[in-house]
Design a binder for this molecule. Structure first.
Ligand code: GLN
Length: 265
């Protein structure tokens, strides 16, 4: 009696008559093609392009640091990667809790408010908020109080919006002087057009826009944020797998390669 015989018999017990063709699959680890029953072992990721260099569209293709990093991390796990779904940033958490996606990879800051609804992987990047202005130089704020009575933009549902709401609205600016955008690309366009005088946005993304468009970072407001991958609160298995994968890609040099590629650092 061999082990092989035993496992085949277990197969027959589990899946009945169809096991004749499936029994070979027992040695292959299934590769995700074993039918519809595999959703336990798959990851569909969600992101919000328009946040360069973390995620953006280039020639119709979704690219960026988060895209490469998450795919490299999932590669280290037993999960098979099913692909990307795109959303506006403030629809990502609902998409996760509704099971439309399994992981959020969107430069999302780990914070207490979000931690009530979802869980996060270990941190994979740090950021502060930048105050971005037009590069022509006639408005050069140095602190939040210099933004008084100016129209200010940020992306809906972000920590940048949080800075505007908590530090500016009702103090330096009125409610109607805050312009909330579905994505940061629209906010930066409105800054270029003169419809807002500053945009509050994560530093690495601000630097990317500044390198490619007529805008510049006026000053940095320190928030000490850390980005993590979002997972459902009850999904300890994916959380642990992602954390293990993250530490592997940090150790094997992949993480450093990717920061080089996307941030030149
Ligand atoms: N880090 C910010 C946040 O979590 C912005 C993220 C984003 O716009 N993709 O709110």
């Amino acid at each position: 009696m061999s082990d092989r015989g035993l496992s085949r018999r277990q197969y027959l017990t589990t899946v009945g008559g169809t096991a004749v063709t499936l029994s070979v699959a027992g040695c292959s680890g299934d590769g995700g093609s074993g039918g519809d029953g595999g959703s336990e072992q798959t990851i569909t990721a969600g992101t919000a392009p328009g946040f360069p260099p973390f995620e953006m569209k280039e020639g119709g293709e979704l690219v960026g640091f988060d895209i490469d990093l998450l795919e490299a991390v999932v590669e280290q796990t037993d999960y098979s990667f099913e692909g990307w779904e795109e959303f506006e940033f403030d629809s990502l958490i609902p998409a996760l809790t509704n099971n439309n996606i399994d992981v959020i990879a969107a430069g999302m800051t780990i914070n207490e408010k979000r931690d009530d609804t979802i869980d996060f992987s270990d941190p994979y990047y740090s950021s502060d908020q930048a105050i971005v202005v037009r590069a022509d130089g006639d408005f050069a704020p140095e602190s939040l109080s210099d933004l008084a009575d100016r129209p200010i933009g940020a992306q809906k549902g972000t920590t940048g919006e949080g800075v505007v709401q908590d530090e500016l609205v009702g103090q330096e600016i009125t409610e109607s002087q805050y312009n909330a955008y579905d994505n940061y690309v629209l906010a930066i366009q409105d800054l270029e057009n003169g419809n807002v005088d500053a945009v509050v946005i994560d530093v690495p993304v601000a630097n990317t826009f500044a390198a490619n468009r007529p805008v510049e970072v006026a000053f940095v407001y320190e928030t000490g944020e850390k980005f993590g991958f979002g997972v459902r609160t009850d999904d300890d298995a994916r959380q642990e797998a992602l954390n293990a994968g993250l530490s592997t890609v940090r150790e094997d040099g992949t993480y450093e390669e990717l920061t080089q590629k996307w941030f030149g650092e």
